[in-house]
Ligand binder design. Structure first.
Ligand code: PNS
Length: 162
């Protein structure tokens, strides 16, 4: 069985993430969306448990997608799978620099894994979790950026943060 791991902070999950998950689920037998900690990002808006719950709800219609959480190195997490493929979405050249570096580090730490990139659909090249949070904090319309079922939670959390 060919397994893809799609790692990220998913704080929160956007339509761009969901697009990558849907496309990866058509290529691989199983896609494990792994919610992780990004050491270079500030405190998350949602706890890991909340992010897992949100991710499960918006992928419930995709039978070969699983959601997991791991607080550690991706290269270590990947050891539980046989020759796993890491799937990442690439939105623009700025993503490429960082993703290329991460893929090289991960390969060094665990030579068994490969990283593959899916280019973001042109509808979502400008969508990121950071943008979504910024829009929510200022009361903007999130419908083109986020799964509908998560909008109220993000709006409410942004309101509480004020
Ligand atoms: O959605 P993000 O924040 O761009 O995802 C980045 C993430 C979480 C995939 C990356 O930070 C990560 O792999 N974190 C786990 C720790 C790790 O393995 N870091 C890479 C070696 S420095």
């Amino acid at each position: 069985m060919k397994v893809a791991i799609y790692p990220g902070s998913f704080d929160p999950m956007t339509l761009g993430h969901l697009n990558i998950i849907r496309r990866a689920s058509r290529i691989f037998d199983k896609v494990v969306v792994c919610i992780m900690v990004n050491g270079s990002k500030d405190r998350a808006m949602f706890t890991p448990e909340q992010r897992v719950d949100m991710a499960r709800r918006v992928t419930a219609h995709l039978p070969n997608v699983e959601i997991d959480y791991y607080n550690g190195l991706l290269a270590e997490y990947a050891r539980r799978f046989d020759h796993p493929v890491i799937v990442k979405g690439l939105r623009a050249s700025m993503d490429f620099e960082n993703e290329f570096t991460m893929a090289s580090i991960n390969k060094k730490l665990n030579p068994d894994m490969e990283t593959m990139f899916l280019t973001a659909s042109d509808k979502y090249t400008f969508v990121s979790s950071s943008n979504v949070k910024e829009i929510a904090r200022h009361g903007g319309d999130l419908r083109d950026f986020m799964p509908r079922e998560l909008i109220d939670e993000v709006t409410e959390m942004a309101r509480k943060e004020k």
